[in-house]
Structures are given as C-alpha cells and as structure tokens.
Design a protein around this ligand. Structure first.
Ligand code: 8YV
Length: 330
C-alpha cells in the first residue's frame, strides 16, 4: 500500500506526478476556511508532508500523529518548529543551494534600485513629471567601488558578495556566526564585528536565517550606527529587523534608503508607513521567484521527501543537528 502524504502547495504537474507515482497524495493547493477540516483530517493520516510557507508550529504538527518526514519548498525553515519535530524523531528537509544565485540576483536588484532610485525615476516618467532635466535632487549614488557589508555570509551571502566583488569592484565585509574562509580567500572579504560593519558599510545587506538568536537583530541602536548615506537591504526574514525602527530611520533621514524583499507581516499591509516612503523599495518576497528556480526547488523538495521516507536524510536535512543531538531518528 502506498504511503499517504499531504501536499499543501500548488506545484507543477510533472512534479505532482512524481509524487503520485509513489504516494497516495492528498492535495490542498490552498488551505482556507472551507477546507480546513479536511486538511486536518488528511494531516492526521499523513506520513509525509510537503509545502512551503504556511506556519507549521507544534500546535499544528501535533495533529500529524503518523508523520515520519516533512519537506519544505524553501531554504528558510522558520515556519516550522524544528525542535518539536526533532523531539518526535521527524526530519525536516529543505532546499538550499538551488536558489542561491537567483536570490542573490534579487538582492542585487534591490541594491541597484535603491542606489539609482529606479522606481522613483520610472514613476517620474510615467507620471509626466520628467521635465528637461531631472535636477540634482533626483541623482542617485554609485554602487561600483563602494563597501558592501553582509550580515550572514552563508550560501546566498556568498553569491551576493561574488556579484559585488567581481561585477562592481566592491569592497566586501561581513559578519557571521563563523568565519567564511572561502569568502575571505575568493572575494577578499573581511570579517568584522557587527558594530564596525554597521559603521563602515555603504550597503548593508541582511541574509541571516530567522532563529531565536537573530530575531530583531537589527533595531534602533543598529540603524543609529549606520552612515547617513547607508542603504539597507533585507532579503532574509522581516522579523530579523525591527520594522518600526527602520521606518523611523528612513523617515528621519538617518539612513539613505532601504530595499526590502521581506516584512514582519506578509503580505505587507497597504497602510504600512513603508508604502508612503520614496526611499523604500519594496518587493513582494520574490527572492527565489523565477520559473527556473522555483521548479528546481519543488524538484529538490520532492526528491527530499522521497529519500526521507526511505530513511535517507543524509542530504538537505534542516534539523539534523537536533536529531543527532538526541539520537531520536531511527
Ligand atoms: C519563498 C524563501 O519564501 O526559500 C525561502 O526560504 O524565502 C522563498 O524562496 C518560499 O520558497 C515560498 O514558497
């Protein structure tokens, strides 16, 4: 008999078929009030689950009484309670690497859009405000040759640093839980304490995962340390920063601009003060959102679930350290 799995995200047909060949799939492209009861019934029966950003705390996962493996179509795993899963011996599989380059492209787009005021300038054209000369007050600032400070020099941080170093002759500096020797050797990156990085970078990009250690890592104190000309980029998770403190820094001109792909609450409420600030460039969480990369992520997540349900978690297991620590996985 095929194992039952629950799929709670719309995925391409060919990947759906790969799951359906092996498993008895219950499919919820969207979970809403009208199908919530059916969703929980399927969750109670599922040995495997696969989806992406929906919150999966212990309050939900404790209903998945037969669960053996979970697979998320994302690199970030903050929507899951990793420790709870590990306590039950359940691996959580995720999709690192395949999205590094695309996400770094998105981050660099935010850097360019904020520095060159691309959205504002485009609006100037489409709203009929382009007179003969744009005027000095509309000039942007250079990106090439500047200092790029990266908070969280992991796989995506490295891909971003590569673009800055090779493409734009930027000086790369970073802070991270541990030294990234590859970044230092390949990209001449300098490891700095956070405070020094904040004070000396022209562009500050946050790319750290959201964990209990990184929640609200950047707040009023940190924004106050940045240069008045600094441009702040967040491509990690909204909760890594204090959004109110950022709004204040942007509104008072204590930093120059911000480019954000992630927010405390998503979708960003339209009445957020961020929506009224010309010096904020806002993307709807599109870090990895290209057709090619999203397909690779789904494919990776499907492979991960198949392997994990066969007992192989050697690759892409996000809570492996927790499972190993208590030797809970059998
Ligand atoms: C998307 C992401 O949020 O991988 C991540 O952690 O932030 C993004 O790629 C996610 O994959 C949504 O489906």
């Amino acid at each position: 008999m095929k194992k039952k799995i629950l799929l709670y995200k719309k995925i391409p047909e060919q990947e759906f078929q790969r799951l359906a060949e092996r498993f008895d799939v219950t499919y919820f492209p969207i979970v809403n009030d009208s199908n919530r009861h059916a969703f929980f019934t399927a969750l109670a029966e599922a040995e495997g689950i696969i989806g992406s950003s929906a919150a999966m705390g212990a309050d939900i996962l404790n209903k998945a009484v037969k669960l053996k493996a979970a697979s998320t179509i994302s690199v970030g795993t903050d929507q899951f309670d990793l420790a709870y899963l590990a306590g039950r011996g359940i691996p959580l599989m995720h999709t690192p690497d395949v999205l590094n380059e695309t996400t770094a492209d998105t981050l660099f787009t935010l850097i360019m859009c904020t520095a060159r005021r691309a959205i504002e300038m485009s609006k100037m054209v489409t709203e009929g405000r382009w007179t003969k000369s744009i005027g000095e007050q509309s000039y942007g600032t250079d990106v090439h040759g500047k200092t790029l400070g990266i908070i969280g020099m992991g796989r995506i941080g490295y891909a971003l640093a590569k673009r800055g170093h090779f493409g734009f002759n930027m000086k790369i500096q970073y802070t991270n839980r541990r030294r990234n020797i590859n970044a230092e050797q390949d990209l001449n990156a300098t490891y700095l304490e956070m405070e020094v990085l904040l004070k000396t970078s022209d562009f500050i990009c946050v790319m750290t995962p959201l964990t209990e250690h990184t929640e609200r890592l950047i707040g009023a104190k940190e924004f106050a340390l940045m240069k008045k000309s600094a441009i702040f980029i967040n491509g990690s998770r909204g909760k890594v920063i204090d959004e109110k403190a950022l709004i204040n820094a942007l509104a008072t001109g204590s930093i120059r601009a911000a480019g954000l792909d992630v927010f405390e609450v998503e979708p960003l409420p339209i009445d957020s003060p961020l929506c009224t600030l010309d010096n904020a460039v806002l993307f709807p969480h599109i870090g990895s959102a290209t057709t090619e990369t999203r397909l690779k992520m789904v494919s990776c997540a499907v492979d991960n679930l198949i392997r994990a349900l066969e007992g192989d978690i050697s690759c892409h297991c996000a809570n492996r350290h927790l499972l190993d620590a208590q030797d809970a996985y059998t």
